[in-house]
Design a binder for this molecule. Sequence first.
Ligand code: SAM
Length: 295
Amino acid sequence: MFKLSRHLHSAISPTNNKIAPLADPKGPLPADYPLPKPEYFELTNAVSTVCFEKPRDMLDWYPGPMIGAQAIGRNIMSSSKYVNRAVELLSVLTPDDYSDYMSRYYLEGKRRFGEAWGYADIVTTVLGLTDMIKPKRYLEIGVRRGRSACAVVSRALDCELALFDMWVENYAGMDNPGPEFVREELKRVGHKGKVEFINGNSHQTLPAYFQSNPDVTFDMITVDGDHTNVGAAQDLADVLPRVSIGGVVIFDDVCHPKLLGLGEVWRRQVVEDRRFSAWTYSDVGYGVGFAIRKI
Ligand SMILES: C[S@@+](CC[C@H](N)C(=O)[O-])C[C@H]1O[C@@H](n2cnc3c(N)ncnc32)[C@H](O)[C@@H]1O
């Protein structure tokens, strides 16, 4: 039907001697360093919440979504609505040191800067996008305790989930309890839809999953797993063709102080691609980007 991009993966893999691996896999990304490219195929389905449905006897003059990433981003940032929702969400989930820190950060930002704070992160962004898109199917690479997945299902209770993680022990100095813990967290926010955990290294599990599900596409996809430049670029290359028309892809950590190439990975893989309308927040915190698929 259509070929997946596994040969591209091996062509640029750091374990393949043809291309020298980056000295620091999470350091700055040289502009000419080759990245894996997505293999797109034609899609006909579209997310009905954001796409115009033409009368049957008319031409489709303006295909794709009726709203772009700039307008959606403005909406997410224009008030403290999604910061409030993030605080609410974290109060329902099982706390850890990082979520305690986040809750304090949100409350202090609101206290100091009020409605004009203009702050965004993966949680506020995912909450805002879910309200707009109302996803029926969500894929996530990098789940850990289920915070971003719970942000989605807290606003889309019936959403079907495909959750990819290799459950790296002591991830970034934090615990990573695994699928059963995440299942319980999803219940806390009232999730009623199907959930599938795909455990293992995303560079193996994603191609295998798409090979078994050749036609599957998703309304929302978050890429927050492998944080090396090439690994994150590979995850993007694997999932971008699976974003429905009018669907969104979210990418975390575009200005993380220890992940110096991810902003460039995001720019080259998505922002520069005319298939997408992209929005990037890289002011403070770790930054986040999202893009809505137009064609
Ligand atoms: C930053 S955490 C995800 C955080 C989550 N999205 C949230 O918002 O709370 C990254 C996760 O990616 C997983 N991970 C890292 N490399 C991976 C890989 N190659 N394949 C699958 N999962 C991976 C880690 O086990 C970890 O749970």
